[in-house]
Design a protein around this ligand. Structure first.
Ligand SMILES: Nc1ncnc2c1ncn2[C@@H]1O[C@H](COP(=O)(O)OP(=O)(O)OP(=O)(O)O)[C@@H](O)[C@H]1O
Ligand SMILES: [Mg+2]
Length: 359
């Protein structure tokens, strides 16, 4: 069975290696720990192993640009691993990057488009309905000319849609591919990893729309049944238990749907966040794998104990004493629940902590 070597077992004699079971990434995984506990670093260790040992394509939603160096091997990495990683097809799409992170607006489901301009099907019944009828014209519209197209019509409802697009600044977003290449084209090529750098957009709204476009696409293509690991770091940004805006609701609904129904289609989530209560409970309850790093809040630990009954409470209780880079792994992806000292990264981290400067 292919093992993913992520570090060494804590308290083992002569630093016994710790392996995760690669095949069991065909479930959802929850990765949790307080800020600075080393989640992002440790997650990188696992993703490097996935790249080295499996053909499982990764789609990484990366809100803080932490994984943009995933293809960039560190000096001193073992040559065999460095060579193997260098051969992998790792595509980093960034708002201002060489490969721009862009999306074709008119490819998105109408409900998602409507949420981006904050249209509610009941409250804004007329505009919403016009969006539905507009959808049949999408193949005929050059999306760059969407606003002029709306204005050219005699319909005042269409004029109001144009106003919304302009007033919210949506028509000006860097995110739109305007007929060009979309991140979904890259995902469909099935590279070994697609890093979707959600940091660096001018507004959080743009970043959320990018994430929604990716998740909508993966869901729409679920019948392809291509096993994929969909990594969402800082998952509370996209899967809040209490979404506020229309787009946030769409995102939470989509992720909860993938958590509930995606497994059999090969849509496997890995959700990482600081506290269990920050992610929607219906997504959490579907996670069969748990990685827990340092967590000192008793309330959060009690909640984890309730949700993840398979994690032994004696080990959960150790979490407040974990040093950076130590973690509890439990669930299907490890033979028996164990405490692990994470190994070293082979590739560069995007956003390492800012140091205190000394005199
Ligand atoms: N095992 C490790 N070895 C060396 N450095 C580490 C290790 N784990 C974490 N670090 C460093 O500690 C800092 C914080 O780690 P990291 O960003 O992974 O924390 P985090 O849990 O993701 O925090 P946040 O929730 O704020 O995103 C980073 O600068 C990282 O480089
Ligand atoms: Mg982090």
């Amino acid at each position: 069975m292919v093992g993913l070597r992520i570090g060494t077992l804590l308290e083992s004699e002569s630093a016994q290696p710790a392996d995760l079971i690669a095949k069991r990434l065909n479930r959802h995984t929850f990765w949790c720990g307080q800020s600075g506990s080393g989640k992002t670093y440790a997650l990188g260790v696992l993703l490097e192993q996935v790249l080295l040992r499996t053909r499982l394509p990764l789609v990484i939603l990366d809100p803080n640009s932490d994984f943009v160096g995933l293809g960039d091997v560190r000096d001193g990495a073992p040559p065999a691993s460095a060579d193997a990683l260098a051969e992998r097809d790792i595509r980093v799409l960034r708002p201002h990057g060489e490969r721009p992170l862009q999306v074709r607006m008119l490819d998105m489901p109408v409900r998602s488009q409507a949420s981006i301009i904050d249209l509610d099907p009941v409250r804004d019944a007329e505009e919403y309905n016009e969006m539905l009828s507009l959808a049949s014209e999408f193949p005929l519209i050059d999306d760059r000319h969407l606003v002029p197209h709306l204005r050219a019509s005699d319909s005042t409802v269409r004029h109001r849609l144009a106003l919304r697009l302009e007033n919210l600044g949506v028509a000006e977003w860097r995110l739109w591919a305007w007929g060009g290449r979309s991140v979904t084209d890259d995902i469909d090529d099935q590279p070994d990893a697609t890093v979707v750098d959600l940091g660096g957009f001018a507004t959080p709204a743009e970043s959320r729309a990018a994430a929604l476009a990716v998740l909508d696409h993966l869901w729409a293509r679920r019948e392809d049944r291509i096993g994929r690991l969909i990594v969402i770091d800082e998952a509370h940004n996209l899967c809040s238990p209490d979404p506020q805006s229309a787009v946030e609701r769409m995102l939470t609904d989509r992720i909860v749907q993938i958590a509930a129904e995606g497994r059999k289609y090969g849509l496997w989530l890995l959700l990482s966040t600081q506290r269990p209560s920050k992610v929607h409970p219906n997504a959490l309850s579907q996670c069969d794998n748990l990685a827990l790093m340092r967590m000192s809040s008793p309330r959060d630990l009690a909640e984890l104990g309730d949700i993840f009954g398979y994690a032994p409470s004696a080990l959960l209780d150790r979490s407040p004493t974990f040093a950076q880079g130590q973690a509890l792994f439990a669930g299907g992806f490890i033979d028996a629940a164990a405490l692990v000292q994470m190994g070293e990264r082979l590739t560069h981290e995007g956003g390492i902590d800012v140091p205190v400067l000394m005199r």
